[in-house]
Design a protein around this ligand. Structure first.
Ligand code: ATP
Ligand code: MG
Length: 381
């Protein structure tokens, strides 16, 4: 059985559930991404189990294996955190109906057929019946996987939920698929579908794309689709201060690469991205004079005085500017030298007047401006 390819911790949980489902005679299914990844032979990221019952009724039978769990009354879904370190989602199979494009659907408990029909793409709409191990594939997702095609399931799919446009690009780039619905997607975008989404929903999708190994390819695709305009020259361009293993650098790079101010402002005006990061991007965007002043200035000491007022995040952004790169590198090197500067400083100020001390500080700063760099300060704040 394909399920046996799950890693040991996941398999333990799935068998635990299978036993309970059999005993209680409840229909349960492994659904969504896990089935897709098992068929592809890829590593399974997370486990979602759909039940034709409220998950509430089986939690008491597994409670001794759990550290904790949460339960959402509205969708009858539960997230279980197991002692072996795994977390899984148990969901009540449901039917969905969209009343407004770009909004959230109304839901109603239902069976596995409806639950698979509500999903985004054929490759994400397969299930494995936990009672007999059979693959359920009403929408021919397996065939699409083999033929490397990404296809929607229902009429108006992208209009009802335009986050699926971002999702389509994400999966297409991750698995090397061709988006069969590309013409329809282009049409939806032209008709303003993206504008029906809240900024927070857009930013959440963008962040999920930035988590992908293929993030730059995906952003180029979104550029081709005209969702936003990016400058491909700077997209993914190395930054000596930070590594792209850090998702925050990817956010800042996207911000710097976006060509239109209105696109940049989405990354600043949302409640998803950490405040300090938004503040750094905001200062860069709305207090542009720092760029001009730095470009005009060639005196290291004056450059130091301008940059002293900048934040680290601003400097990371400024580093992508070819004309400013070495000025920023100098400054950071100087900051890293500040300890040595302190020791010299203490030695040299003994018995000196205030004016003399100022002069010494100035000279030490001037003297310590040289090239070289050490990075790694960008954290989720
Ligand atoms: P990933 O590996 O990216 O986590 P996944 O398939 O697990 O892929 P999730 O975003 O975790 O994707 O969602 C789980 C499942 O829920 C998907 O496989 C899909 O069937 C369904 N789903 C998620 N978002 C939507 C959506 N906007 N519209 C319809 N179905 C969705
Ligand atoms: Mg998932």
């Amino acid at each position: 059985m394909i399920i046996e390819n799950l890693d040991n911790n996941k398999l333990f949980i799935v068998y635990l559930l299978i036993n309970i489902l059999k005993e209680k005679n409840i229909r349960g299914y492994l659904v969504g991404g896990a089935v897709r990844d098992l068929i592809l032979g890829e590593k399974v990221r997370d486990i979602d189990i759909g039940l034709e019952e409220d998950p509430k009724i089986i939690i008491p039978y597994i409670e001794n294996h759990l550290i904790s769990f949460t339960y959402h009354e509205k969708f009858n879904t539960s997230t279980l955190h197991f002692k072996n370190g795994e977390s899984i989602d148990l969901i009540r199979c449901r039917k969905e109906k969209y009343l407004n494009n770009g909004g959230l659907p109304i839901v109603q408990p239902s069976n596995i057929r409806d639950d698979l029909f509500r999903r985004d793409f054929t490759i994400n709409a397969m299930a494995i019946d936990l009672l007999n191990g059979e693959i359920i594939d009403y929408h021919f997702g397996k065939e699409d996987l083999v033929n490397k095609r990404l296809k929607k399931i229902h009429e108006n799919s992208y209009l009802e939920d335009p986050t699926r446009i971002f999702r389509a690009v994400k999966y297409a780039m991750r698995y090397g698929l061709e988006i069969s619905d590309e013409d329809e997607i282009i049409q939806c975008i032209q008709n303003g579908a993206i504008d029906t989404l809240s900024v927070d929903r857009i930013v959440k999708e963008i962040l999920m794309i930035l988590e992908e190994d293929t993030w730059t390819e995906a952003l180029c695709y979104l550029n081709e689709l005209n969702i936003f305009k990016v400058n491909k020259e700077v997209l993914g361009k190395p930054n000596t201060l930070e590594s792209y293993d850090n998702i925050l650098l990817r956010i800042l790079n996207l911000f710097y690469s976006l060509e239109r101010e209105e696109d940049k402002s989405i990354l600043i005006n949302n409640s998803i991205i950490p405040k300090e990061i938004k503040k750094g991007m905001g200062r860069y965007l709305y207090e542009k004079d720092i760029v001009e002043k730095l470009q005009l200035q060639n005196n290291n000491y004056n450059i130091y005085n301008i940059l002293e007022k900048s934040t680290y995040i601003e400097r990371v952004i400024l580093l992508w500017n070819k004309k400013l790169k070495y000025k920023i590198i100098n400054f950071e090197k100087n900051l890293n030298n500040s300890k040595i500067l302190d020791e010299n400083f203490i030695k040299s100020i003994k018995g000196k007047s205030g004016r003399e001390i100022n002069e010494i500080v100035k000279n030490i700063k001037k003297a310590s401006l040289c090239t070289g760099i050490k990075g790694g300060n960008l954290k989720w704040l």
